[in-house]
Design a binder for this molecule. Structure first.
Ligand code: NAP
Ligand code: MG
Length: 504
């Protein structure tokens, strides 16, 4: 039996093939657990269970209030297991225990609470006022979509699982989720908590397995009504292709290359900390990271040297130590990607002003191969590959600009449009700049603040649709218009039939 099993139709089980795969702690290279490795057969079984639970089970017929009670119970159980979940999250993905305890686990819990509130408070039916032609009652009903699948990445495994499951089930759908192969553990632990919350079987199904088989089934199956995906733009395109076979609605949260604009009236101390936080949190393995800092010429030299000094103070170490700022990247392969881009940056731009290599002097027992120093390239041209392509690692490109128009043109010169920042002492000026940025989120004098109440998603190739907020709830609801002609006999109210004929 695997240490972590699949969760299908209300029961934990091994994969049909009996196969398992090992998951590792990137900080030390140690194996953490053997995980049941789902294949296509398991994915089909999970989708069929979700289909039955939707078509025949009680879940979609329950009131919003009843569903909210169950969704809130999941949140409560997350709270009770917060420490265990945080440690598992930090070990499986290499993020710090600080981030896991302060952001990941409360963030996931908050998503369940928010969508429970949506189920309780958002109306299922709204009557339209003023529909005179002909005299009639018109209502809009909001209904669950059916079986909703979610495919999630390795950078925020617990939050991403929560963002996909919570809105789906709160709105009355059933759900099948696949975590990323690098980081399956907290999603599978969440399955245990959902089992304890005692939802009807098949309402939530969670299975770890390869994207190429399990993921493709979740996106392509004709039994599935909606797919939500977070990950790379490349795989996002593939998800759209698979979903198009049955014209399945998709929500896609994809890559980014967000610009953090530092205007010359900014408090430089606050802005420098903000730019470093915006870029290096979780080693830059964040889709909305502000990996391009656009800095106005008058403050440029001073600001760049502040960034270099302070980046050197970021402490790399054991992610389970609360004193550590940065742990390893998720996997050696991710470090190799970063090394490729840093070499490219050296060719395109020159020597980085700080970082540029694996760190030395890490505490005993840590796997140096998985770590990379915070790295900053200055005087980058926005056309450089390191400024255009998503690196998904701790690499910042600093780009000078003269005027606000120029800053906006540079910020928008990207295939992506996920997020961005404006750092300024003048809020009106900052808001005017924010209004011209073609991105789904802008943080003014801040960065990375995502909350279940606030919509999140991208413009351009950063994605389709929004998660969170009321938008993220409605993304899991169908809209039905019901027209009632109150005349149950007689023809007076049916004069429009004449559009076909006076003779019928
Ligand atoms: P990824 O390769 O796109 O993988 C994401 C998920 O898709 C994983 O669960 C993966 O499974 C699965 N997958 C891979 N190929 C698939 C296929 N052909 N069909 C269906 N599913 C498939 O991305 P990643 O390496 O996990 O994450 C890094 C990327 O995600 C970055 O580019 C980043 O920008 C983006 N990202 C975006 C956001 C956002 O909110 N916009 C958030 C996080 C990450 P396996 O793990 O088994 O390969
Ligand atoms: Mg792992």
């Amino acid at each position: 039996m695997a240490d972590y099993q699949l969760f299908i139709d209300g029961e934990r089980c091994d994969a049909a093939s009996g196969e398992t795969f090992a998951t590792h702690d990137p900080a030390t290279g140690e194996k953490i657990a053997d995980v049941a490795k789902a294949g296509r057969e398991d994915a089909v079984r999970a989708i069929e269970a979700a289909r039955r639970a939707f078509d025949e089970g009680p879940w979609p017929k329950m009131s919003g209030k009843e569903r909210a009670a169950k969704v809130n119970r999941i949140a409560e159980l997350i709270g009770e297991h917060a420490d265990e979940l945080a440690e598992l999250e930090a070990r499986d993905g290499g993020g710090t225990i600080r981030k896991a305890s302060l952001a990941d686990i409360p963030g996931g819990k908050g998503a369940f609470e928010w969508f429970a509130k949506m189920a309780e408070t958002q109306p299922d039916e709204v009557t339209l006022e003023g529909s005179p032609f002909p005299a009639s009652e018109n209502t809009v009903r909001y209904e669950p979509m059916g079986v909703c699948t979610g495919i999630i990445p390795w950078n925020f495994p617990f939050i991403m699982a929560s963002w996909k499951i919570a809105p789906a089930i709160a709105a009355g759908n059933t759900s099948v989720i696949k975590p990323a192969t690098f980081t399956p553990l907290t999603a599978l632990k969440l399955a245990e908590l959902i089992e304890e919350a005692d939802l009807p079987p098949g309402v939530v199904n969670i299975l770890a397995g390869p994207g190429g088989t399990v993921g493709e089934e979740l996106a392509g199956s004709p039994l599935v009504d909606k797919t939500a995906f977070t990950g790379s733009t490349e795989v996002g395109r593939r998800i759209m292709q698979l979903a198009s076979a049955t014209v399945k609605p998709v929500t896609l949260e994809l890559g980014g290359k967000s610009a953090n604009i530092v205007l010359d009236d900014a408090d430089l101390d606050q802005a420098a900390a903000g730019v470093l936080w915006g870029t290096f949190m979780h080693g830059g393995q964040v889709c909305e990271s502000g990996t391009r800092a656009l800095v106005q010429r008058g403050i440029y030299d001073e600001f760049v040297s502040m960034l270099a000094d302070r980046a050197g103070k970021i402490v790399l170490g054991n992610p389970l130590d609360f004193a550590t700022d940065l742990g390893p990247l998720v996997h050696r392969s991710q470090v190799e990607t970063v090394e490729r881009y840093v070499a490219l940056g050296r060719d395109e731009v020159g020597e980085p002003i700080t970082g540029g290599a694996k760190p030395e002097g890490l505490p005993e027992g840590l796997d140096t191969e998985c770590y990379f120093q915070p790295t900053i390239f200055a005087d980058v041209d926005n056309s450089a590959k390191i400024a255009q392509e998503e690196i998904f690692g701790p690499v910042l490109s600093v780009i000078p600009f003269d005027t606000e128009d120029e800053a906006i043109a540079i910020a928008n010169d990207s295939i992506y449009g996920l997020a961005g920042g404006v750092q300024s002492g003048d809020l009106d000026r900052a808001k005017a700049v924010a209004a011209r940025m073609r991105t789904g989120t802008v943080w003014i004098n801040d960065y990375h603040l995502i909350d279940p109440q606030r919509p999140f998603g991208g413009y351009k190739q950063s994605g389709i649709g929004r998660e969170l907020g009321t938008f993220g709830y409605d993304a899991y609801r169908q809209v039905k218009h019901v027209h009632v002609n109150p005349e149950t006999s007689g023809r007076d109210n049916h004069f429009h039939y004449a559009v076909l004929s006076d003779q019928i």
